[in-house]
Write a protein that binds this ligand. Structure first.
Ligand code: EPU
Length: 416
């Protein structure tokens, strides 16, 4: 069983290049199914989740060529049923549902199951497919959808969530449905905008991506194209917090500062100095950060995917902070592992009360999910002594070469 071992205490210093965004890549790779001709996608991070999506595409008949961070997809579909063994590994595999239904007018995709961070149904996706003319049923754990004809629709998403996945799936389907689709309360995440830009290059008509109202004109034929994936804002934020938690100075490069504004302004409140350029941001941390409160929210709010890393930071801050999770109903399970390192955290439903301690102490801990794993790495970097992190495969789902990048910033980290 492999593990990551960290000897904490080094102040991180230097620059780190941010990889391509996992969540953009997953949506764009699925969207490549909408055309009959090949697409070349650049800046795709080398991650387990990307591998899973490529395996799903291959299982549907596509040919895939991967070289470094470049992926060529030849979307020769010969199957409308995605295999359970692959879809169960990764929820985002459900992104193939919209494109399959759009191109073949039939799709069978396993329903994603439970998830360690909370219940994550796909009812909004299914409601949207139905509004666009599909008959959708749930049989033997699969979503089965078929349509004679797909048409545009007015779709009002639940404003409490502004669901990313629903916006992605419906935007893809709408590009091939006849007529105009309007999605209200659409997700405004940069990854949604990146997907829209790829679809526009393919020939789709999309207006308003990045705002709450997206209008998609459908019915045209889409062609494959070349596209470069945007930078991963969650990875960038993780390295910014790595600088803050070790009292160091870390510059993240290649990420537009607008993607990480919510995180950088929170770090500023904790006492970090932030220096910004267009595509780079430097965090200069004080000896010890101060506590601040935090509420997660859809973009441009503070991302839920950075919440565990921020809780790690608050666990060694001066004072007490309150962190409220509003996106998922079970995203504090990792807190038990932080407590084993000496953190003083009380959780009441979706709110954590964190009393900062002077020092964490290294301990064997287990990643419970991808972002929790990253939070444990951050805690290990700040802790006294050695931290061993188990279940690290979860971390490699979403972070490209994380030990290499941390090593280059001066961390004492290795994989065994
Ligand atoms: N929701 C429903 N019904 C639905 C869809 C969503 O109730 O049909 C609820 C979910 O249960 C959740 C909330 O709405 O409570 C928000 O879910 P959303 O659909 O926005 O999330 P997602 O599309 O499943 C993406 C990212 C997640 C990220 C969230 C929120 C991808 C592949 N995944 O998930 O990323 O946490 O948006 O920003 O883009 C990660 O990268 O580690 C990760 C979990």
């Amino acid at each position: 069983m492999s593990k990551i071992i960290i000897c904490g205490g080094n102040k991180l210093q230097g620059k780190v290049q941010v990889s391509g965004a996992k969540n953009s890549s997953l949506a764009i790779l699925a969207a490549s199914l909408l055309s009959e001709t090949e697409s070349i996608i650049e800046n795709v991070p080398n991650l387990m989740d990307v591998r899973t999506m490529l395996d799903v595409l291959i299982s549907l008949g596509c040919k895939v060529e991967q070289e470094g961070n470049s992926v060529k997809i030849i979307p020769s579909l010969n199957n409308y049923k995605a295999p359970y063994e692959l879809v169960k590994k990764m929820r985002a595999s459900f992104y193939v549902a919209g494109p399959l239904l759009g191109r073949l007018k039939i799709a069978e995709v396993p329903l994603p199951g439970g998830c360690i961070i909370g219940s994550r149904p796909v009812n909004f996706h299914l409601d949207g497919f139905r509004k666009m003319g599909a008959q959708v049923s749930q049989e033997h754990g699969f979503m089965k959808a078929r349509a004679e004809k797909l048409h545009g629709a007015y779709i009002f998403l639940d404003p409490r969530y502004c669901s990313v996945g629903t916006t992605v799936n419906l935007m893809m389907l709408a590009t091939v449905a006849e007529g105009t689709t309007i999605i209200e309360n659409a997700a405004r995440e940069p990854e949604v905008v990146d997907l829209a830009n790829y679809l526009i290059k393919m020939g789709a008509e999309i207006k308003g991506a990045g705002t709450s109202t997206v209008q998609i004109g459908g019915g045209g034929k889409l062609n494959g194209c070349e596209h470069r994936v945007i930078a991963d804002r969650i990875e960038a934020a993780t390295f910014m917090i790595a600088g803050a938690i070790t009292g160091g100075e870390v510059t993240v490069e290649g990420v537009p500062i607008g993607y990480i504004e919510a995180v950088s302004s929170k770090l500023q409140e904790t006492g970090c100095e932030i220096r910004k350029d267009i595509n780079r941001l430097k965090v200069i941390a004080p000896e010890r950060v101060s506590s601040v409160d935090l509420i997660t929210a859809p973009f441009p709010g503070f991302p839920t995917d950075v919440q565990p890393a921020f809780v790690s930071l608050m666990s060694i801050a001066e004072g007490t902070s309150i962190v409220e999770e509003t996106i998922y109903d079970g995203r504090f399970k990792y807190v038990d592992e932080l407590r084993r390192m000496g953190a003083n955290i009380r959780v009441n439903e979706n709110v954590a009360l964190i009393k900062g301690v002077k020092k964490l102490s290294g301990a064997p801990v287990e990643a419970t999910d991808l972002r929790a794993g990253a939070a444990l790495i951050l805690s290990g970097l700040a802790a006294e002594g050695e931290t061993e992190i188990y279940e690290i495969e979860l971390i490699y789902r979403g972070y490209e070469n994380i030990e290499g990048k941390l090593l280059s910033l001066g961390a004492n980290i290795r994989r065994e």
